[in-house]
Design a binder for this molecule. Structure first.
Ligand code: NCD
Length: 484
């Protein structure tokens, strides 16, 4: 029997942080104001970036860390943050000693632990796991890294670090190096950078470019414009440069007076180089060619003022010889994890007088996208093999759930869990049993009706007994396919 709609659960008012796009720009600034206040009040007298004392802000609250993947910084800085706030922590950091080893689903675990704690921080190897957890938990869920999807609190630490160093997080020029495909830190980071008007210079290891859905969102939803494709002599690794207008999300800004983006881009010095390690646990290849950031790389004049950042851990891609270079700020970046997470915890728990993330109505995507929602047994499934929907233990708790996105030409389906895009499918009507190649049929009437289904291919639709829509004018179906 197909799973019934089992999306009950979380109270509508509960705020979660699964994607950096769950926070508006002003909410991000609000987190930073609170973090700064904690640093000012409780900062170590010698080391200005370190929290040295505590305060009884959350004496009655409990934070649970549920980690199904290794972690040092994220888990310990969350726990340190909660302890500095006077709260308590409970932790499950070893999947081998938790009920996961007995086959318990994440959906069940978070419903149970939600009764023991007021806030859950989840880390999981599957993309989209944090969204699933948020659907089932009765208390706020914070994504501490889910597969290669996102790591929003790392981005908050990264931006806060940039703000300390450069005074502002607006209009920065940031180079991102390494495994841009597998690094969840990068995905949250580039969305946020674009939203604050940055220029982003990708320096991927070969074959590790930004995933197509992240690239598409930067261009189509975050107003980034790609310029300087292979413009710089001898810089073959630069195949795209994302330039975002000062005020992102207003495409009209690009239609103003002609700006010589290419000149601007080449002449401007880099403000930060963000280095990431090869995410070996997410690749089958083990022996890969990988960029190394060292003193020789940083000699280039355009990096003369660049802060060197890394979410850590590093495993050889960032030379330890530059630790003493004034540009190296990765240990401060890790230290800021405590004040930033103190701010986030106290805001999510509603403990900051006059300020609360709970009071904001929605995140960055305030125009909520229509949702396509069908049982797991029906129609198209997420195409990302690492998505949580493909985890056998979760099969009764997930649905074929997608945001319907109006892309440049035809609508596409974005997995509601891992946010991978699906841009090739046929639409079908479950009552009349027809299918059509017109993808826009899904979103024509706003929220897709429960009768409307999507199949990955025409063959899948036929196998389920659907036939090509009768009133499709000859040739229309084929044309629609060509446009897809
Ligand atoms: C990162 C992660 O887990 O994604 N680490 C962290 O949280 N600071 C980066 C990494 O593991 O490479």
């Amino acid at each position: 029997m197909p799973a019934r709609n089992m999306t009950p659960r979380t109270k509508a008012s509960t705020r979660h942080l699964v994607s950096i796009n769950d926070l508006t720009n002003s909410e991000i600034e609000c987190v930073f104001d609170v973090a700064q206040a904690y640093l000012n009040e409780l900062g170590d007298r010698q080391l200005k970036y370190r929290i040295g004392r505590g305060k009884r802000v959350a004496p009655d609250s409990i934070l649970a860390t549920l980690f199904f993947e290794p972690s040092t910084r994220t888990r310990l800085s969350f726990e340190s943050a909660m302890l500095r706030l006077g709260g308590s922590i409970i932790t499950s950091a070893d999947p081998a000693t938790s009920s996961a080893a007995k086959g318990e689903s994440l959906a069940d675990s978070v419903r149970v632990v939600g009764n023991y704690a007021d806030l859950l921080v989840i880390r999981h190897p599957r993309d989209g796991a944090a969204r699933l957890a948020a659907e089932y938990a009765s208390v706020p869920v914070i994504n501490g890294g889910d597969g290669s999807h996102e790591h929003p609190t790392q981005t908050l630490c990264d931006l806060f670090t940039l703000k300390q160093k450069h005074k502002s997080i607006k209009n920065l020029k940031v180079a991102i190096s390494g495994d841009l495909k597998g690094s969840r830190t990068i995905h949250s980071f580039v969305y946020a950078l674009a939203r604050f008007g940055a220029t982003i210079e990708p320096l991927p290891a070969p074959g590790m470019e930004l995933p197509p859905h992240v690239d598409r969102r930067l261009r189509e939803e975050f107003s980034s414009k790609i310029v300087a494709r292979a413009l710089e002599q001898g810089a073959a690794s630069i195949d795209a440069l994302y330039v975002t207008a000062d005020e992102p999300h207003q495409q009209s800004l690009f239609s103003g007076p002609e700006i010589d983006y290419e000149r601007v881009v080449i002449e401007k010095k880099i403000d930060a180089v963000y280095v990431t390690r090869f995410q070996k646990e997410r690749w089958s290849e083990k022996d890969v060619s990988y960029p190394k950031i060292d003193a020789a790389f940083l000699k280039n004049a355009k990096y003369s003022q660049a802060s060197v950042m890394h979410p850590l851990p590093r495993v050889g891609e960032l030379d330890a010889a530059i630790d003493s270079d004034i540009r190296a700020i990765y240990f401060q970046q890790a230290a800021y994890g405590v004040p930033v997470r103190m701010a986030l915890i106290s805001l999510l728990l509603g403990l900051e007088r006059g300020k609360s993330l709970r009071r904001f109505e929605s995140g960055f995507q305030n125009n909520r996208l229509p949702i396509y929602d069908q049982p797991r047994s029906m129609g198209v499934q997420c195409v990302n093999p690492n998505c949580i929907v493909h985890e056998p233990s979760e099969s009764q708790y997930v649905r074929n759930k997608f945001h319907v996105v109006r892309a440049a030409h035809q609508c596409l389906l974005r997995c509601a869990y891992c946010e991978t895009d699906l841009d090739s499918f046929v639409t079908a009507n479950n009552r009349s049993k027809w299918y059509s190649h017109g993808r826009n049929l899904l979103s024509d009437a706003g929220e897709p009706s429960k009768e409307m289904l999507a199949f990955a291919t025409e063959e899948d639709a036929c196998k389920e007994g659907f036939h090509l829509r009768k009133n499709t004018r000859p040739g229309t179906a084929r044309k629609a396919t060509a446009a897809s």
